[in-house]
Design a protein. Structure first.
Length: 135
């Protein structure tokens, strides 16, 4: 009887220990992959923004065009975004659902024409920012 109690106690202790060790917080990708995804998002966003700005400038009459130095560059955009994060700062708070939304938004950035972006943005990206405010 005493031996079966010990065995039962060992099983309970083992299952609790196993649960603690296997229960991790954060997404299913590494911290480095999350950081890379965030950087890639801003690179893609800035590239698209610079592309759209360039196309817009091409439509202006010569008298309204700014000097070549005034063109919006990817580097300028990246500098402006350097302190921004698309995902929570704390890795443990990042979810796989958020990562999936960022990836959808990034794909849409490639597909959506500039005209649609000017008309209020990309729905999948708006959803991303809306959900990050809600959480």
């Amino acid at each position: 009887m005493n031996q079966s109690r010990r065995f039962l106690g060992f099983l309970i202790f083992s299952s609790i220990l196993f649960s603690i060790l296997t229960c991790r917080k954060g997404p299913s990708v590494s911290r480095e992959e999350v950081q890379k995804l965030s950087k890639d998002y801003f690179t893609r966003l800035c590239t698209k923004t610079a592309e759209c700005a360039s196309r817009y400038l091409e439509t202006l009459p010569a008298s309204e065009k700014p000097s070549e130095n005034a063109a919006y560059s990817v580097d300028q955009c990246m500098e402006e975004q350097k302190d921004q994060n698309i995902l929570p700062d704390e890795y443990e708070k990042v979810t796989d659902a958020q990562i999936a939304k960022v990836k959808v938004c990034m794909e849409d950035l490639l597909k959506v024409p500039c005209e649609e972006m000017e008309g209020g943005g990309i729905p999948s990206c708006q959803e991303l920012f809306q959900s990050s405010k809600d959480e």
